[in-house]
Write a protein that binds this ligand. Sequence first.
Ligand code: AMP
Length: 466
Amino acid sequence: MCGIAGVFNSPYASQYAFLQIYSLQHRGQESVGISSSDGKTIKTVKRPGRVLEAITQSDLDKLEGNMAIAHVRYSTAGDSGATNAQPLVRETSLGQVAVVHNGNIVNYVSLRRELEERGIEFEYSSDTELFLALLDTGEEFIPEGLEIHPRDREVLPKILYTLSRLEGAYSFLMILGDKLVAGRDPYGFRPLSVGRKGKTLLFASESCAFDILEGEFWREVNPGELMVIDNAGIRSYRVLDAPKKAMCIFEFVYFSRPDSYLFGEWAYEVRKNLGRQLAREDDVEADVVVPVPDSGVVPALGYAQERGLPFEMGLIRNHYVGRSFIEPSQELRNLRVLMKLSPNRAVLKDKRVVVIDDSLVRGTTSKRIVNMLRRAGVKEIHMRIASPPVVGPCYYGIDTPTKEELIANRMSLEDIRSFIGVDSLKYLSLEGLRSCVSDRENFCDACFSNKYPIDVSRVAINRNRD
Ligand code: AMP
């Protein structure tokens, strides 16, 4: 998973992009990058690590120009560190282009092979490079009946050719000459919104990146929409269509920040609904509801309110440690759980505790947490998960492990309960999950249902996802 942000028409473009991408840090912690442009020259800084440590004021001073794009990257496979850090920048048939991308292009392997056979060179191992490589072919595509604004006649047909060849998930931002281009795949897998701050236009994966600038949310980039922005204004093109939308429901379960608005809803409300629904499906007797912070907090609130049980912080989080899942190796991940959470004995001792987490993926985090709770003297532990069992890998940009690594594919419910060591275990039902979003027909829940919106037998997995 990744986060992207963009700024158009501000003397503080790179500083704004920096603050925006900082507010999207939860979407990726492996590397960060910013490109800025004065309409002629693109300048880029990208480094491994987190935003505040990786980017300095002197970097920002060098990133001149009134537009900028930024990226935070998360990958747990392939080259980590700065190698595939974005923005990717390259000379193409349209001059120098910088691109940032969130999502996963599922036909990466075959498309790359085809382009390489045609003599197009690749520098990275990231699917995002396809945007630049396809632009470099110089090929054009104009859908029948599409009216193109005179200012876009040079660039649009080449961008449309690029998009027409890409399959899978992409929300992207591009700097191309004096233009900023924003787009979202026709399924709308990943979020992308537009905001405003005075005369400055802002783009971001999540609306929390507008709040950090005291900007306002304007609207989402629609699935299949392409927006071209330059000094003459904003032009929107409806260019691509899909049989239905497939917005990622896992964004609501785990990924997005609770204060963000995306996919037409407040993440907080959906997440709280998940907890409420979980409570409606449950009748276990307990004294207290305890969230696994931070991901379990909002659903636990919903659960506790629905059942009229006290909500208490029985696990305390050390805020100076990152998300445990983010570490690429299993061993470090295990250690990190202990670094991150400690038991609050004042709440836990001799209690029957309902522990709420957002999802169970490999099961290793829960096992550690349960050990910790037992040592703190709880009487009973009832683990409740605010989403259904994760059974399918994600091909669209969330790094779920392979099918074999997913605990729900390896064990029965009873085996999982005994593996993590709890008195009882219950997941939210799939139907219950679907009832928590208002536009239920237009979400992708393949990780919970194995129902993929794109035929997965044709998917060559690019493990080096962004
Ligand atoms: P585990 O069951 O040990 O694999 O860890 C699951 C926990 O990691 C969940 O409770 C989430 O808080 C978090 N998580 C779930 N999916 C992801 C993901 N794709 N990337 C990062 N963290 C995740």
